[in-house]
Ligand binder design. Structure first.
Ligand SMILES: Cc1ncc(C[n+]2csc(CCOP(=O)(O)OP(=O)(O)O)c2C)c(N)n1
Ligand SMILES: [Mg+2]
Length: 780
């Protein structure tokens, strides 16, 4: 016997078998619609308002007046909505919860639906008005089809209503859970059983599938779509100890996604994010853009609202929100950012669906994928099975043709000012060494990073130009340019290559298929793996270099070294603190570099200060610099935690030191309340440096690029609404979120910097999180 708890009432025993026998279903098609001779008595004739303690939400929603004659008079047809009832918006307004449209003779109808009182009706009109199209829906199960044969012409839960109709009109005031639970014997087919410990559900198979595919962490934000997910997590954590993903509770979805993203960027291993239906998917926010643009493989799973509402299957609707979270196409919310978005329609092939999604996520260009599954589907009991994991590899990209690598090598060796521009290639940590090899072969080759997403080329090499977002004087001097895995090699309105030079574009996605506008004037473009292509060009160049005049080569090499020296000197000159003791980002980062461990991983979201940060950290080690790569501010809070989690997990709990450097505005975007709670709860110590320049500097820069002498150029930060005054207590926010267990400090004088950073490093090395709020001056 089961016990079900009814809202607001003591538990009532229900004598439902665990797996009740299904009652015979009508096999005939639904009869053609006949208008009711009488409206449902309990709906149409009652004028009793709900109890004062109830919201109108608690009452069945599918009223359908056939004509709207005016407020309070829409009685013609089948249903009355007493005008005395409370409503959040007038029923005839477009914002009415009844769909914002007039249901009735003037509305769009078809013969089957018109005038009927049912939920399909409501959805039909919603859809019609919203999309100017027809109702779009799928019949998800045979069970639903049979149990709802007349759902297109049957009132809301007619069985339940029939039963309540025998009661007084007070039935109208019943809450929906009551309606659902009171509907009794005739619901022999209702499946409300709880799971048994040995149950193997689609949800459990989902976790097995991701684990078998190499996913070790799930960042979760749970909801009413997840009962079977929760059951499966408990079962897995008990029964599959050591062979089950680690579950991380994330109070905010963007942080969850950014953690998975950071983890994947460092390791190349996709991780999983589980969120709650449409709303949790929306909560992922800009993190989806970041994973897509920044090429981070992340598997996102969200439940779908149940597709049955009368208990036809386990998982059927049990809560109010199951109606309101039921949207026409949930995958569209983030589909355009995803490499793949699909619905799990049965547990029987759930592992194939997971692996198909992961194939997309991990094939170039890598990125997020999205799977959804309705509650009933995720509850489905299936026969345990496993896949041959070896046949689900991602797609492998090839290199260049021999002709292409020869041509590129020849062009580079013959150039006066050869330039290679890259962005994401360093995601493959073998790239920096491969690019150094190429630059050592093609003496005089300079390497510019215009993406800053990954560490691509070491600062100590004389060909290093550092990170510049598409603006660099060497672009205009170059006579041969090779672009490798890069989205924005230069910004033509600010600087561009000379006309007539040779440009080659090598990319995993040379067409930039998700960008409506993109082109570069390249003579040749190739879809190829960056590492393979670079190695091919180097090998060709090594063959050809022997024919070059050594005097010319030596001269080029010496010139390169001299300009590198000059570049470093210019950078250093900007790091000197001002006489009043204030300092800029350059000085701060130089200090950080000198104090933090040499193999520190830097998680950067420094916005207008990114150039100064990169110039002074001068990353050398592959994988040591990770930048968001996208434009959705707030990545680095979760991103840094994901990176730290990854480096610890990959190194037996003793990973590298991780530092997040973040703009003050961006710190607030990162949802610090969630970030620092998670960091403390799961002991993920990271040092966070907040670049406090009292607000957003970027919008002023953007404005000046377009209106250099406009009104805004003479206005104060307050006037252009970019100032954070009064200044928030950033480290205080973090400390509060961590329940007080966090090293929090503020620095505004150079003389205090070294001591404070040293203490913060010590705290982090001792397992505590640290946030240091550093007041930085602009432009250095
Ligand atoms: C989610 C999101 N909202 C808004 C923006 C627009 N935006 C770009 S930079 C920026 C300001 C960032 O401020 P801060 O982190 O303080 O860096 P600063 O500009 O001061 O260098 C804003 C609001 C964005 N990129 N992403
Ligand atoms: Mg700022």
């Amino acid at each position: 016997m089961l016990r079900l708890r009814r809202l607001g009432k003591p538990p009532r025993p229900l004598s439902l078998p665990l797996t009740p026998p299904r009652s015979p279903r009508p096999s005939a098609p639904p009869p053609p619609y006949q208008p009711h001779p009488h409206p449902h008595p309990h709906l149409s004739t009652s004028s009793s308002p709900p109890l004062a303690s109830q919201r109108v939400d608690d009452v069945p929603q599918c009223f359908a007046p056939s004509r709207l004659a005016g407020p309070g008079t829409f009685a013609q047809g089948h249903t009355l909505i007493p005008s005395s009832w409370p409503e959040t918006a007038p029923v005839h307004s477009r914002r009415s919860r009844y769909g914002g449209v007039v249901f009735g003779n003037h509305g769009p109808t078809n013969g089957h639906i018109r005038g009927s009182t049912n939920c399909q009706h409501q959805r039909y009109f919603h859809s019609y008005y919203r999309n100017s199209g027809l109702y779009k829906g799928a019949i998800p199960t045979i069970g639903t089809l049979l149990s709802n044969p007349a759902s297109s012409c049957r009132p809301y839960s007619s069985q339940a209503l029939d039963r309540t109709s025998s009661k007084s009109s007070a039935a109208l005031t019943s809450t929906r859970p009551q309606l659902a639970l009171d509907a009794p014997q005739r619901h022999q087919n209702r499946v409300l059983s709880t799971s048994q410990p040995n149950m193997y559900t689609a949800s459990f198979a989902f976790f097995e599938a991701i684990w078998e595919a190499g996913i070790t962490h799930c960042f979760v934000n749970l909801g009413s779509d997840h009962p079977s997910i929760i059951e499966a997590m408990v079962k897995g954590q008990k029964e599959n100890k050591g062979n089950f993903p680690r579950i991380i509770t994330c109070p905010n979805e963007m942080v969850a996604m950014s953690m998975a993203d950071g983890y994947a960027r460092l390791t190349g291993k996709p991780q999983c994010v589980i969120v709650h239906v449409d709303v949790g998917t929306q909560g992922l926010g800009a993190a989806v853009h970041n994973a897509s643009t920044g090429r981070a493989p992340v598997l996102v799973f969200a439940g779908l609202s149940p597709f049955t509402l009368e208990g036809e299957m386990r998982g059927s609707r049990t809560e109010y929100i199951h109606w309101i979270q039921n949207v026409p196409d949930q995958t569209q919310i983030i589909g355009q950012y995803c490499r793949y978005a699909g619905e799990i329609k049965t547990g029987k092939n759930i592992k194939q669906m997971v692996n198909r999604a992961l194939q997309f996520a991990t094939s170039d260009p890598q990125g997020p994928v999205y799977l959804v599954g309705a509650r009933e589907v995720m509850e489905e009991e299936i026969t345990p099975y496993s896949l041959e994991q070896g046949v689900w590899d991602s797609v492998e990209l090839g290199g260049l043709t021999p002709k292409a690598s020869k041509e590129i090598a020849e062009a580079l060796l013959g150039a006066e000012n050869p330039l290679l521009i890259t962005g994401y290639s360093g995601r493959n940590q073998k790239i920096p060494a491969a690019l150094v090899e190429l630059a050592n072969t093609v003496k005089g080759l300079r390497v510019l990073d215009t993406g800053g997403s990954d560490m691509c080329f070491p600062a100590s090499h004389p060909g290093w130009l550092g990170l510049r977002f598409g603006i660099e004087s060497e672009i205009e001097k170059a006579d041969v340019i090779v672009i490798v895995d890069c989205d924005v090699p230069w910004i033509p309105t600010l600087n561009k290559p000379k006309d007539g030079i040779k440009v080659f574009h090598i990319d995993v996605d040379p067409l930039k298929q998700l960008m409506p506008l993109f082109y570069v004037p390249a003579q040749h473009r190739y879809r190829a793996d960056a590492l393979v292509a670079v190695e091919q060009i180097t090998s060709e160049a090594q063959n050809q270099a022997t024919k070059l005049d050594t005097a010319v080569v030596t001269k080029k090499w010496e010139a390169l070294q001299a300009s590198h020296k000059e570049r470093l000197a210019t950078i250093a000159s900007k790091t000197i603190p001002a006489e009043d003791g204030s300092f800029g980002t350059g000085h701060l980062c130089k200090t950080l570099k000198s104090l933090c461990p040499e193999d520190t991983i830097w998680a950067i979201e420094a916005v207008t200060n990114t150039g100064f940060v990169h110039d002074n950290l001068q990353p050398e080690l592959p994988g040591s610099w990770i930048n968001c790569g996208g434009g959705g501010l707030g990545w680095s809070g979760g991103g840094a935690l994901g990176i730290k989690l990854a480096t610890d997990a990959e190194n037996g709990g003793k990973g590298k030191f991780v530092v997040q450097i973040v703009g003050d505005g961006t710190f607030l975007f990162s949802v610090p309340g969630s970030v620092y709670w998670i960091s403390r709860r799961y002991k993920i110590p990271v040092l966070t440096i907040v670049l406090n320049n009292k607000g957003w500097n970027a919008p002023r820069k953007s404005m000046l690029l377009v209106h250099p002498e406009g009104l805004g150029s003479k206005a104060t930060n307050e006037e252009i609404n970019i100032s954070f005054d009064p200044v928030p207590d950033y480290s205080g926010i973090a400390k509060a979120a961590a329940g007080g267990d966090l090293f929090a400090a503020k620095v505004d004088k150079a003389e205090d910097l070294e001591r404070t950073i040293t203490e913060a490093i010590k705290a982090v090395e001792g397992g505590q999180n640290a946030v240091v709020d550093c007041k930085v001056t602009l432009g250095c």
